[in-house]
Design a protein around this ligand. Structure first.
Ligand code: ZN
Length: 66
Protein backbone atom coordinates (compact mmCIF):
# COMPACT_ATOMS: atom_id res chain seq x y z
CA UNK A 1 0.00 0.00 0.00
CA UNK A 2 1.64 3.26 -1.10
CA UNK A 3 2.28 6.12 1.27
CA UNK A 4 1.14 9.63 0.49
CA UNK A 5 1.94 12.89 2.22
CA UNK A 6 -0.24 15.93 2.70
CA UNK A 7 1.69 18.88 1.24
CA UNK A 8 0.17 21.24 3.78
CA UNK A 9 0.55 19.54 7.17
CA UNK A 10 3.15 16.98 6.05
CA UNK A 11 1.25 14.09 7.60
CA UNK A 12 1.67 10.76 5.90
CA UNK A 13 -1.02 8.22 5.20
CA UNK A 14 -1.37 4.85 3.60
CA UNK A 15 -3.55 5.11 0.54
CA UNK A 16 -5.08 2.38 -1.61
CA UNK A 17 -3.56 1.92 -5.04
CA UNK A 18 -6.79 3.04 -6.68
CA UNK A 19 -6.45 6.45 -5.00
CA UNK A 20 -3.16 7.17 -6.70
CA UNK A 21 -3.34 10.17 -9.01
CA UNK A 22 -6.71 11.24 -7.67
CA UNK A 23 -7.68 14.17 -5.52
CA UNK A 24 -7.88 13.20 -1.87
CA UNK A 25 -8.66 15.20 1.22
CA UNK A 26 -6.38 15.22 4.21
CA UNK A 27 -8.40 14.20 7.27
CA UNK A 28 -6.21 16.34 9.51
CA UNK A 29 -6.21 19.72 7.77
CA UNK A 30 -8.91 19.22 5.10
CA UNK A 31 -6.41 20.15 2.41
CA UNK A 32 -7.15 18.59 -0.97
CA UNK A 33 -4.19 17.26 -2.87
CA UNK A 34 -3.28 14.79 -5.54
CA UNK A 35 -2.37 11.40 -4.12
CA UNK A 36 1.12 10.46 -5.23
CA UNK A 37 3.33 7.87 -3.67
CA UNK A 38 6.13 9.22 -1.53
CA UNK A 39 9.54 8.40 -2.87
CA UNK A 40 11.61 7.86 0.22
CA UNK A 41 15.08 8.80 -0.81
CA UNK A 42 18.12 7.92 1.19
CA UNK A 43 21.45 9.52 0.49
CA UNK A 44 23.00 7.13 -2.00
CA UNK A 45 26.53 8.20 -1.23
CA UNK A 46 26.32 6.81 2.28
CA UNK A 47 25.11 3.39 3.23
CA UNK A 48 22.97 3.87 6.29
CA UNK A 49 22.49 1.15 8.83
CA UNK A 50 19.01 0.26 10.02
CA UNK A 51 19.65 2.16 13.25
CA UNK A 52 20.69 5.25 11.34
CA UNK A 53 17.66 5.05 9.10
CA UNK A 54 15.39 4.75 12.12
CA UNK A 55 17.08 7.74 13.69
CA UNK A 56 16.80 9.65 10.43
CA UNK A 57 13.09 9.01 10.06
CA UNK A 58 12.33 8.52 13.73
CA UNK A 59 10.95 12.00 14.27
CA UNK A 60 7.96 11.12 12.15
CA UNK A 61 5.24 9.45 14.17
CA UNK A 62 3.58 6.76 12.18
CA UNK A 63 0.84 4.35 12.97
CA UNK A 64 2.64 1.58 14.87
CA UNK A 65 0.28 -1.07 13.59
CA UNK A 66 1.46 -0.69 10.03
ZN1 ZN B 1 -3.01 17.85 5.85
Amino acid sequence: MPSIMCPQCKRTYNAPDKAMGRQVKCPACQCEFKAEEIQKQLPDTVKMTVEEVERYYGKKKENPST
